[in-house]
Ligand binder design. Structure first.
Ligand code: AGP
Length: 609
């Protein structure tokens, strides 16, 4: 949940680390710090709050050196103050360490270390690791880290350095991600690629359970037993400015506007237009297995879970497979029944969400075939799945997921067509029809983005309300949930998503003149029923904002505002109705003056359970 960056070379470590931390701030922003080797001394600067506070500390008290580590923290153990900020030191002050994750047995370890005379300066679980490494240190830092890790239970990504072994960073991982960026006479370490992408495109992923020794010229990797691994280099093609704001006020707005291109990238090269067939190169699902499938289980969290709910409609209607959708955080606690005829689909933007990863492991252990829909190449979930469909959305920095969600939906359409065709459920005519609608989406999304001014004005009318209800039916019920989640996570306004038909079973009691209700009302088989729900709200004095693809005088008369979007196939319509949800939440949040890209209490990748 925190962001880590490391550097060893001949450049200015402070500058490189601070640049990296700024790009990782989305991972946590409770406190920040860095340590740089200045001569033979490890100099540490830390500060509570955001990176900007650390910048101030550094400008008053700079450090000059060419190797070091930096950290931006999302607090798990210990308050978000300066004492608990990373890097943490051992008793000698010669060793510093940064950590992302949670050490579960830290209390026992802390007691043991205190009994041996170690002095702790923070309330964190992390500091315990520094003292544990110190305890095992005999002029071989890698070996000391290896020994310390054998005593630790929990999850971690670590970077350690020791002033007696200059020019060497020791890195380790069990859970949260860590990558090594290869430069010329310099090396970088980071929690995520955009942190150092402006320095290099050549990366090596640190594998689960590995330790790495990184110098300015080399990076070597071993497991906890010391067995070496041949490093596999990956070339990252993202443009570094793709990872920057590109002229937009917030990453979230930039990412909303990137959706036409992101959807186009998702579908590019993945179909045979004449036959109406889809090809998914990395899926690795043998035809015999597809024929034998008797059910599908989708596992995900948050926004990705909402994509899964849409996926359920797609898999059942286009591929004819009974499908359930499960929260990653709940799945493994109820002994789910799975077998070798089950297809598990994990959906995750980051590929590092701990709960979704745990669900993937449960599926693997129980013999299901696991594939994932993911945005981050080489991430943990992709590596523990036998097949993958990459969303190709490019880096998503805003904590609120936008382009990752709509590209997940596009992937689910592709997967459902792929399986539906293989199982003979979907005719080539119907498949071609769906694909034609899919190709038209980028242009239709552009059209909706053209409504931004209108949606911004609407936000101006409604941003002072304290509660919102979002209602939709069928395939648009998940979009009601997603619209409500977007609003609450970035504007801190209470919002609930509900199936429109459930309103009369309770939520209708909430309706009065202070309760705006957002309706997803495209013209489909349940349109008339949604219209009836709108009338029920109006009859009780509620205010209605409707999103529809239909020119309907009754709707225009009933609703206080109608956002008119283009028409597409009913199964693709959620991709379009999502856009006004995102823009509305964004502009409400801007008017409320919240921190849109880094809303309070949240982090982009939730790598702890
Ligand atoms: C969405 O806006 C949220 N930030 C959050 O719900 C997110 O979708 C969830 O944490 C899952 O993340 P993942 O897709 O990276 O697994």
């Amino acid at each position: 949940m925190c962001g880590i960056v490391g550097y060893v070379g001949s450049g200015s470590a402070s500058k490189i680390l601070m640049d990296g931390l700024r790009k990782l701030e989305y991972r946590g922003y409770d406190s920040a710090g860095l340590a740089v080797l200045e001569g033979t001394d490890l100099q540490v600067r830390r500060s509570a709050g955001k990176i900007s506070s650390l910048e101030k500390v550094l400008s008053e008290d700079p450090i000059d050196g060419s190797m070091g580590v930096g950290h931006t923290r999302w607090a798990t153990h210990g308050r978000p103050n300066e004492e608990n900020a990373h890097p943490h030191r051992d008793c000698t002050g010669k060793l510093v360490l940064v950590h992302n994750g949670i050490i579960e047995n830290y209390r026992d370890l802390r007691d043991e270390l205190l009994a041996k005379g170690h002095k702790m300066a923070s309330e964190t679980d992390t500091e315990v690791i520094a003292h544990l490494v110190e305890e095992n240190y005999t002029q071989d830092l890698a070996e000391a880290v290896r020994e310390a890790l054998k005593k630790i239970s929990g999850v971690y990504a670590l970077v350690v350095l020791h002033s007696d072994e200059p020019g060497k960073l020791i890195i380790a991982r069990s859970g949260p991600p860590l990558v090594v960026g290869i430069g010329s006479g310099e090396m970088f370490v980071a929690s995520d690629i955009p942190a150092v992408l402006h320095h290099t495109r050549r990366f090596i992923y640190l594998n689960e359970g590995e330790i790495g020794v990184v110098t300015s010229e080399t990076a070597t990797f071993t497991d906890l037993e010391g067995k070496a691994r041949e490093a596999e280099e990956v070339n990252i093609t993202w443009d570094p400015i793709m990872a920057e704001k590109g002229g937009y006020k917030h990453f979230m707005l930039k990412e909303i506007h990137e959706q036409p291109e992101a959807i186009a990238d998702t579908i590019r090269g993945r179909f045979f237009e004449d036959e109406g067939d889809v090809q998914l190169d990395d899926l690795e699902l043998p035809d015999s297995l597809i024929q034998d499938l008797d059910r599908c289980v989708i596992v995900a969290c948050g926004t990705s879970w909402h994509a899964g709910l849409v996926g359920q409609f797609l898999m059942e209607n286009l591929a004819g497979i009974p499908t359930s959708v499960e929260y990653g955080s709940e799945f493994r606690y109820r002994n789910p029944v799975l077998n070798d005829r089950t297809l598990a689909i994990a959906i995750s933007q980051s590929g590092e969400t701990a709960d979704t990863l745990a669900a993937v492991r449960e599926c693997n252990e129980k013999g299901a075939s696991v594939v994932c829909i993911c945005n981050v190449v080489g991430s943990m979930i992709t590596r523990e799945s036998s097949g993958v469909i990459y969303t190709h959305a490019g880096p998503e920095i805003g904590v609120a997921s936008t382009k990752a969600f709509t590209t997940q939906l596009a992937c689910l359409v592709l997967l459902s067509i792929f399986i539906g065709r293989k199982r003979g459920v979907l005719t080539s005519d119907r498949s071609r029809e769906l694909l034609d609608h899919l190709f038209a989406l980028p242009h239709q999304i552009e059209e909706i983005l053209g409504l931004e001014k209108e949606i911004e004005e609407l936000a101006g009318r409604f941003y002072r309300y304290s509660n919102f209800l979002y209602l939709g039916r069928g395939v648009h019920y998940p979009i009601a949930l997603e619209g409500a989640l977007k609003l609450k996570e970035i504007s801190y306004i209470h919002a609930e998503g509900y199936p429109a038909g459930e309103m009369k079973h309770g939520p209708i009691a909430l309706i009065d003149e202070n309760m705006p209700v957002v309706f997803l009302a495209p013209r489909n088989s349940v349109y008339e029923k949604v219209l009836a729900n709108i009338e029920e709200v109006k009859a009780r004095g509620g205010m209605v904002i409707a999103v529809s693809d239909h020119e309907d005088p009754i709707l225009a008369e009933q609703a206080d505002a109608v956002i008119k979007i283009p028409r597409t196939d009913p199964y693709l319509s959620p991709i379009l109705t999502t856009l006004p949800m995102q823009l509305f939440a964004y502009h409400v949040a801007v008017l409320k003056g919240t921190d849109v890209d880094q809303p309070r209490n949240l982090a982009k990748s939730v790598t702890v359970e």
